[in-house]
Design a protein around this ligand. Structure first.
Ligand code: ADP
Ligand code: MG
Length: 234
């Protein structure tokens, strides 16, 4: 998927990252809904409520995928929480234009409660737990019993919990989280992610019992112009 090309409506950079909200009729938003549907099919035997989004390396589209997936889930009017667990390079507070003084790390270090740290977004049914201030020991925090308790609490209040993480090949955080969640989505950047690296990432996630639901091929250039065509607009 790629959405850099202009559609009839021009979106600024923040809006482009949340295309499923700002341009829900766009083909890209449709693709995110397809991913949502596929996850729902994968949920038939065992319910998949907590989903980790990761990739092999940086800038492959983890945060964009996580934010849009959370958006299309919330659009089904089901309470959805996006957790920014990329404690190395958090970005969700920029995407949703929220403060980041409190968040996941302040809950895990018991400086704030879960309820206090949650922020509403402009999208109905979608709440956000930003990263909070970056700690010196992310992997330990994410692997802590408090993180497990937080995920359980989140599941009592939200139908879907989507978790943005750092790259799986860089640090162990995504593996640690994948182990605690129902499913993992691996984002690969077209023409950028190396096959060997994707295989290595899959091995690491499998070793952590990550239950890989699928791979999202991101930033794919399509030749046909109609892919970008904005339809059904004003
Ligand atoms: N499908 C896409 N088409 C165009 N640009 C994209 C796409 N996905 C992500 N980007 C852009 O690429 C950059 C990195 O994406 P991001 O989701 O932040 O990656 P990560 O979280 O893996 O580091 C951002 O500027 C984002 O807006
Ligand atoms: Mg990111």
């Amino acid at each position: 998927m790629i959405f850099k090309k202009k559609s009839k409506r021009t979106l600024d950079e923040t809006q482009r990252s949340l295309i499923s909200h700002y341009d829900p009729k766009s083909p890209v938003a449709e693709q995110y809904r397809t991913i949502r549907t596929n996850i729902q099919f994968a949920s038939i035997d065992s319910s998949i409520d907590t989903i980790v989004v990761t990739s092999t390396g940086p800038s492959e589209g983890k945060s964009t995928t996580a934010a849009n997936l959370a958006t299309v889930m919330a659009q089904q009017e089901q309470p959805t929480l996006l957790i920014d667990a990329d404690l190395r390079k958090p970005t969700s507070h920029y995407t949703f234009e929220r403060r980041n003084l409190q968040g996941l790390t302040t809950v895990l270090s018991e400086q704030t409660t879960f309820e206090e740290a949650i922020q509403q977004t402009d999208i109905a049914h979608l709440d956000l737990l930003t990263s909070g201030p970056i700690p010196p020991n992310p992997a330990e925090l994410l692997g802590s019993r408090r993180m497990n308790a937080l995920l359980e609490e989140a599941q009592t209040e939200y139908t879907h919990v989507i978790i943005d993480t750092p790259p799986v090949l860089a640090v162990t955080d995504a593996q640690v989280l994948a182990n605690q969640c129902d499913g993992t989505i691996l984002v690969a950047a077209s023409g950028k992610t190396e096959k060997e690296e994707a295989e290595k990432a899959k091995e690491l996630l499998d070793a952590a019992n990550g239950n890989i639901l699928g791979v999202v091929l991101n930033q794919r250039e399509k030749r046909q112009g109609h892919y970008y065509y904005y339809y059904g607009g004003k």
